[in-house]
Write a protein that binds this ligand. Structure first.
Ligand code: 4LM
Length: 403
């Protein structure tokens, strides 16, 4: 069969890899090499000059990594993928590859803590400013665009508040002003959301999360138009050099084969757990795109295939209760990261977003009583039973909580 199918599930398994070109190996080979031998000096000269296609050195291009990049380009509906050593390497390569001193970034109301740290670094050291704004409607977005706004950067859902940004609305406004829109699609994976098909320009991912799915890779990827990605490849990727290793690419090629199946289960489990959490008397509110009371429920329905596997929730009380709940869990693991088979819980105010100054954190909606749950692939009954016993153990002795 042809490598390209109209079905995501088939492309997740086959795109980017042709068995016949690799001696019939069902599993893609790992090209564990730093450099590539030229048949003669003239070939080397032509390849360095860019006059002949071919491999040169694994910081520039590696066959196993290219397979992963091509698979991701196919799944996101883009022309070219670029792989990086981490999600942050992908984010920083795209920003540094496209921006210059004096530019301004318009950013969604919240972002992952280290992305916030990078924005701050760029402002302090490179004079590339940024504003974090709600992006609730066209008028608010248009009003926030400055003469030097050169890029719009969005997370949707936003880590960890789960707020959504209307991708079609933002890309419509941005297109009129010729401003590229970058979307961090980590929380959805391309199975649930394809921002390029909504008019956005570049998608970035922490491949560490759902794309890998097994908690054993740190990686990143960006996908976009051929010419723009080539520009990033030849500057931020080649010269800064935060590239992905062939083994990580191989693990990701393997992980992505089961992405649709895993995502379906993550989503189903999260739906079940969200309903029960919402009803629990110790929970103040939940933030989950699949909850019909969620503020952007309709936007979620429009741009996401399903509601995802991430739930954030406010518990009654503050940091002491949040930490006691985490400490009382037995099956659910206390860890940052997300998208793994294991259900993970973390406290954003003291973990993933601890680097964000308190005032900014409050503006983003990250309170001390907010917990973030990455719902795993275990039986939902076991996940819920563990959460329920932890909540029970803390709130049955509510008056004894030491503050
Ligand atoms: C976490 N997140 O939230 P690397 N973009 C988003 C992210 O959530 C992350 C990155 C980029 C978490 C890590 C500890 C939306 C990371 C950065 O960690 O550099 O692969 O991804 O728990």
């Amino acid at each position: 069969m042809s490598m390209k199918s109209k079905y995501f599930e088939t492309n997740a398994i086959h795109a980017g890899y042709e068995v016949s070109k690799h001696g019939g190996s069902l599993s893609p080979p790992i090209y564990q090499t730093s450099t590539f031998v030229f048949p003669d000096a003239e070939t080397g000269e032509r390849r360095f000059a860019g006059n002949e296609a071919g491999y040169v050195y694994s910081r520039l291009k590696n066959p196993t990594v290219v397979m992963f990049e091509e698979r991701m380009a196919e799944l996101e509906g883009g022309e070219k993928g670029l792989a990086f050593a981490s999600g942050m390497a992908a984010v920083s390569a795209v920003l540094l590859g496209l921006l210059k001193t004096g530019d301004h970034i318009l950013c969604s109301e919240g972002v992952y803590g280290c992305t916030f740290g990078l924005l701050q670094y760029m402002e302090d050291h490179l004079q590339i400013g940024h504003s974090l704004i709600p992006m609730e409607n066209e008028a608010a977005l248009e009003a926030a665009i400055l003469p030097n706004t050169s890029l719009i950067y969005i997370e949707s859902p936003i880590n960890p508040t789960m707020k959504l940004v209307d991708l079609e609305m933002v890309s419509r406004v941005a297109r009129e002003k010729n401003i590229p829109v970058i979307v961090d699609n980590t929380f959805c994976s391309p199975y649930l959301q394809q921002p390029l098909k909504k008019g956005c320009d570049i998608v970035v991912h922490s491949a560490t999360k759902y794309l890998c799915g097994h908690g054993d890779v740190i990686g990143g990827v960006a996908v976009g138009r051929q010419d723009v990605m080539q520009q990033i490849a030849m500057t931020a990727q080649k010269d800064i050099g935060g590239i992905m290793s062939p083994f990580e690419a191989w693990l990701l090629l393997r992980g992505i084969k089961t992405l649709p199946v895993r995502m379906d289960r993550h989503c189903d489990n999260a739906e079940r757990v969200a309903v029960l959490l919402k009803r629990h008397p110790s929970i103040e509110s939940i933030f989950f795109p699949g909850d019909p009371d969620f503020a952007q429920y309709k936007a979620g329905k429009r741009q996401m295939k399903k509601a995802g596997g991430m739930i954030s929730f406010l518990i009654k009380g503050g940091k002491p209760e949040a930490q006691q709940i985490m400490n009382a869990l037995k099956l659910v693991k206390i860890a940052v990261s997300l998208g793994d088979a294991e259900t993970l819980i973390q406290h954003p105010a003291t973990m993933t977003h601890a680097v964000v100054p308190e005032q900014e954190r409050e503006k983003m909606g990250i309170k001390q009583n907010l917990l973030r749950l990455s719902v795993g692939l275990e039986a939902w009954q076991d996940i819920w039973a563990d959460l329920e016993q932890a909540l029970q153990s803390v709130y049955q002795k509510e008056n004894q909580v030491v503050r």
